[in-house]
Design a binder for this molecule. Sequence first.
Ligand SMILES: CCC[C@@H](CC(=O)O)C(=O)C(=O)O
Ligand SMILES: [Zn+2]
Length: 335
Amino acid sequence: MEDTKRMFWNEPNSKSYGIPTVSIPRLSYKDPLADKLIANMKPVVLTDTNLVGSAMKWDSHYLQENLGDSPCTVYLSKTHKFKYFDANQTKKCDNDFSPPTEQIVMRFQEFVKRLKSWKEGDKRLYMQEPLNEKILKSLQLVNDILTFNWGWARMQQKQNNWGPLTTNLLMISTQGNVTPAHFDNQHNLFAQIYGYKRFILFPPEDYDKLYPHPVWHPHDRQSQVDFDYPDYTKFPKFHDIKGHEALLGPGDVLYLPLYWWHHVESLLQTHFTISLNFWYKAGPNLCLSDSTLYPLEGYQKMAIMRNVEKMLVEALRDVNEVGPLLRTILEGRYN
Ligand SMILES: CCC[C@@H](CC(=O)O)C(=O)C(=O)O
Ligand SMILES: [Zn+2]
């Protein structure tokens, strides 16, 4: 197994996918440029927000003490990839969809036990559980959460017109796990608590280079391109992709704008990584109105493309008719 590990990972413990990247700016949250980047929906790493300062003591022992018998959702994968899928969308796939990961619920203490004994070659583990009353039984943990830097988070939410906070997802991943390239339709303040994660981001307008699965597919919002073995015949434009890269360590917060693609991996410096995200719904500026500025931004065009695709699936009923109809509109008229 050792060789496999070496094959995939070169120093410093991260894969090289052969994708040219530029660094995402790392700024103090006090730097006016930081707020400017966030206002313009550009990614930025903030180094000193203290957003989850009270969680910096969260290690497996502390969390076991405070989450012990709480049920938590754990994904298992035979590979290092944890590609999200919506189990409710498999019916349109006439059973040729095989889930790439297993989802099980186990007591947190059981998860920690398996995490600690995990070794290369075992099924990989990825615990992903929203912080809510279901698992928050310890006053100590509730107090930690109450002492997050909510003032700063709320100020960002307000001044950037984000919608409501929907989720704080607690993530605990075995080293080397990868969340393949996808986008979310929420703004994200991603806080790294323990260990290191490497992000490669792509702007919304790279939609054509990342070939997302169709909107009706269980892997909606996920790129079809396997970054380890890209199929350049099927996905030729992936050749021209350029990324924005950031290495996140304990205390760092990445502002990951709505609809920005991201590929995320837990590095090998530590046996596991701990992260907590803050997902905010999109604000009203996603809807077109009299005050909309033209030309439209990449994320606005992405929303339009998704709405058109969804409308066609709805209207035609048969997903196999969507392509031919779009080609009829396009060929000889718009190309
Ligand atoms: C389930 C969420 C996974 C996370 C990426 C990662 O840390 O592996 C992500 O994609 C996000 O926070 O949006
Ligand atoms: Zn995501």
